[in-house]
Design a protein around this ligand. Structure first.
Ligand code: SF4
Ligand code: SF4
Length: 148
């Protein structure tokens, strides 16, 4: 993938153990979310960050996505959209952040999903701390697109 403007190189061998733990967290999250998933038409709107929507991510999650990005095709995104969005497809789907996984515009089960989200926010913070990775919880675009 052509790196998004302002993107620092992600990953590094020192992150491998943390990436493995993060992948396990995402696997458990998928099990927890399975009965609570909302309706999704896969329109890509939530990845364009319209209507004031922002995706908050930790540095560990961003590093994980950027590591995957090195193996992905070049991405063309409209301004202010997620750099991993191509058309209506997520080009980092397997590596996408917690918020990408727990968000549905469908309000059914939203409160329960929010609770699960908070639980996994804490787990990811714990992984970051154990591996000495700064948490740096911030809006994705602020970090990936250099404040655009
Ligand atoms: S969650 Fe909603 S806005 Fe996001 S892709 Fe699915 S239908 Fe579209
Ligand atoms: S990483 Fe993928 S799912 Fe998450 S906002 Fe970007 S395009 Fe959407």
């Amino acid at each position: 993938m052509a790196q998004a403007e302002g993107v620092a190189s992600g990953g590094g061998s020192g992150c491998e153990a943390a990436f493995g733990e993060l992948a396990e967290v995402y696997d458990r999250l998928a099990e927890d979310l399975e009965p609570l998933a909302g309706e999704c038409r896969r329109c890509g709107r939530c990845c364009r960050f319209v209507d004031g929507f922002a995706l908050y991510t930790t540095l560990l999650e961003r590093k994980y996505m950027l590591r995957a990005a090195g193996e992905l095709a070049p991405v063309k995104s409209p301004p202010k959209a997620c750099p991993f969005l191509s058309g209506i497809e997520c080009t980092a789907r397997e590596f996408r952040a917690l918020g990408c996984r727990t968000y549905y515009c469908d309000s059914a089960n939203a409160e329960r999903r929010r609770e699960i989200h908070e639980k996994y926010v804490r787990e990811i913070a714990s992984i970051s701390e154990r591996h000495g990775i700064e948490r740096d919880y911030a809006a994705l675009l602020e970090r990936l697109v250099g404040g655009a």
